[in-house]
Design a protein around this ligand. Structure first.
Ligand code: PMP
Length: 291
């Protein structure tokens, strides 16, 4: 079945969809994006993703391409036309098309908008039940990782290194050993006295929408959660390490580089949070599209 994309006002078979060669997204990575999980045909944390999309636009002084209502109609249409039950939708907004020059083009240039969809959401449960291996890599990104920019080369290089090492993810750390996040997900650890720790939502990380929901779910379940930086040395000695993200859900980490985390089995807290997160997704209703 061919995929249908939305491109600047038109729904097209993806293989016929294209953008201009002078789109600033192509030349300068001057664009932002969101990935939203679709679960049983409904968006997970839609309001959060839309708020982050608008925040990314505002941080880059980009105009919003559509009202929340208009964008919601486009996304629902993409879900419908692609028959997505469990999958993801990808939204990209670029500053627009203009002759190549670093400074922003004039007010008249309209942002470009692309929406695509994919079938399949998250790794199979068997992956989470076994837990995953991660490698470590120096965080080579810029100082505004809070903006969900399409400038993802450093993330891509880290993920490629993980893939070559047959690892699921790359844990990113600064030169002083602080773990920021991972290449496509947020990083967490559980201390020996069972405190759940994750890096605060500063400009050093992407404030994950899943991260925010998992913090709420964990606190509601009675766990103690602390948003504070932690080091690779702490992570190596942690009781548990896990990852969160739109396509990761909650994923236990059982190995960092070649060394096991704790006894090398998935952590009970991570597995419990995964189950609670899955229950939250299973409980979505039509109101999931409300913003
Ligand atoms: N950090 C990075 C670098 C990411 O790319 C992602 C995935 N978008 C995340 C964290 C997780 O964010 P979210 O939960 O919003 O998917």
């Amino acid at each position: 079945m061919s995929h249908i994309a939305y491109v600047n006002g038109r729904y097209l078979p993806q293989k016929h969809a294209s953008v201009h060669i002078e789109d600033r997204g192509y030349q300068f990575a001057d664009g932002i994006y969101e990935v939203i999980c679709i679960w049983n045909g409904l968006p997970v944390d839609y309001a959060g993703h839309l708020a982050r999309l608008n925040r990314s636009l505002a941080e880059l002084s980009m105009r919003s391409p559509a009202s929340a209502g208009a964008l919601t109609l486009i996304l629902k249409e993409i879900v419908r036309r692609n028959h997505i039950d469990k999958g993801t939708i990808y939204i990209q907004v670029n500053r627009g098309v203009a002759p190549r020059a670093h400074a922003f083009p004039g007010e008249g240039v309209k942002p470009s908008v692309v929406v695509t969809a994919k079938h399949g959401a998250g790794s199979p449960e068997s992956v989470a039940e076994a837990g995953v291996k991660v490698i470590t890599a120096v965080d080579q990104r810029w100082d505004r990782c809070d903006i969900k920019s399409v400038g993802l080369l450093a993330n891509a290089l880290a993920k490629q290194a993980a893939t070559e090492a047959k690892a699921y993810e790359a844990l990113l750390h600064t030169s002083d050993g602080t773990v920021t996040e991972a290449s496509v997900s947020n990083a967490w650890m559980v201390t020996p006295d069972k405190v759940i720790v994750t890096h605060p939502a500063t400009q050093a990380i992407l404030g994950g929408i899943t991260r925010a929901t998992v913090i709420k779910i964990a606190r509601a379940a009675g766990y103690q959660v602390k948003e504070r930086p932690f080091t690779l040395a702490e992570a190596r000695k942690a009781k548990e390490v896990f990852l969160t993200g739109t396509t990761t859900f909650v994923m236990p980490v059982v190995q960092i580089d070649e060394r096991p985390v704790a006894n090398g089995a998935p952590g009970t807290i991570a597995l419990d949070l995964r189950q609670r997160y899955r229950a939250f997704m299973d409980g979505l209703t039509e109101t999931a599209w409300n913003v």
